[in-house]
Design a protein around this ligand. Structure first.
Ligand code: SF4
Length: 245
């Protein structure tokens, strides 16, 4: 049941528990709530099934209660981390869901490209801001990024996560870190092989990913950028681009 206070959420998939594969919470058992729809179209998006209209028939409008029942069923009612991802989860009304989960002892992380700020970011436990570098062919609005930081009102832990494919992306990452020196930085080598309709589990260029990882480590060390953490996507190493793990 939805109402003006508890509007429906567009859901692509809810799955888990599995481990968080990337960034500050890597390795932590997590249930994922992936929302449908995104205001970006990154050239290398690895979540097209939650972005592209070709997959829209798979998405469902669900009440916060219905989403919550699914999270509780998956987690066996044991409080744990819930990751809100997408798509861009910031374009969905997630405040009531977070309130509900907090009352039952769960924690919430959200990852967004920081294009849309929401007051309810302040309810989160972890806010991962992942602005998209030049290789994505998107343009960052740093005023929107700043608005996201302000919307969080120092309540959640905020981290900066950057995907790096090449030198241009690396320069962008350094610029982003310089703009927001208060945010811990997580760098991640890019994954070039997005799933396609009918081939959702896709081919993974593992050798390419590992080569970029090595290059990125070497690049950070050469620059004495000792505050940056460099991490691969653990779930991609384990399962490729397979969905729902
Ligand atoms: Fe895909 Fe994220 Fe880019 Fe949206 S912001 S298109 S979900 S990579």
């Amino acid at each position: 049941m939805t109402c003006a206070l508890h509007p429906a959420i567009r859901i692509s998939e809810i799955f888990g528990p599995t481990i968080q594969g990337e960034g500050v919470l890597v390795g932590l058992p997590t249930v994922f709530v992936r929302t449908g729809g995104c205001d970006y179209r990154c050239s290398w998006c690895d979540s097209l099934h939650a972005v592209d209209n070709r997959f829209r028939q798979e998405w469902k409008m669900m009440s916060p209660d219905a989403v919550w029942q699914k999270v509780v069923a998956l987690s066996g009612g044991r409080p744990m981390m819930v990751s809100l991802s997408g798509g861009n989860p910031a374009i969905q009304p997630l405040g009531p869901l977070i309130d509900h989960g907090h009352r039952e002892g769960y924690r919430f992380a959200l990852e967004t490209q920081a294009s849309v700020a929401r007051d309810w970011f302040a309810k989160l436990d972890v806010l991962v801001l992942s602005p998209k570098p030049p290789s994505s062919e998107m343009t960052t609005d740093w005023a929107s990024f700043q608005a996201c930081v302000e919307a969080a009102r120092h309540k959640p832990q905020i981290v900066l996560k950057l995907v790096v494919f090449d030198e241009g992306d690396y320069a962008y990452a350094k610029d982003a870190a310089a703009r927001f020196p208060q945010l811990p930085v997580y760098l991640q080598p890019g994954n070039h092989t997005p799933p396609q309709p009918g081939h959702e589990d896709g081919f993974i260029d593992m050798a390419g990913i590992m080569k970029r990882m090595e290059w990125l480590v070497e690049r950070v060390i050469r620059d004495s950028w000792f505050a940056a953490r460099v991490l691969p996507q653990l779930h991609v190493l384990l399962w490729g681009n397979k969905r729902g793990v």
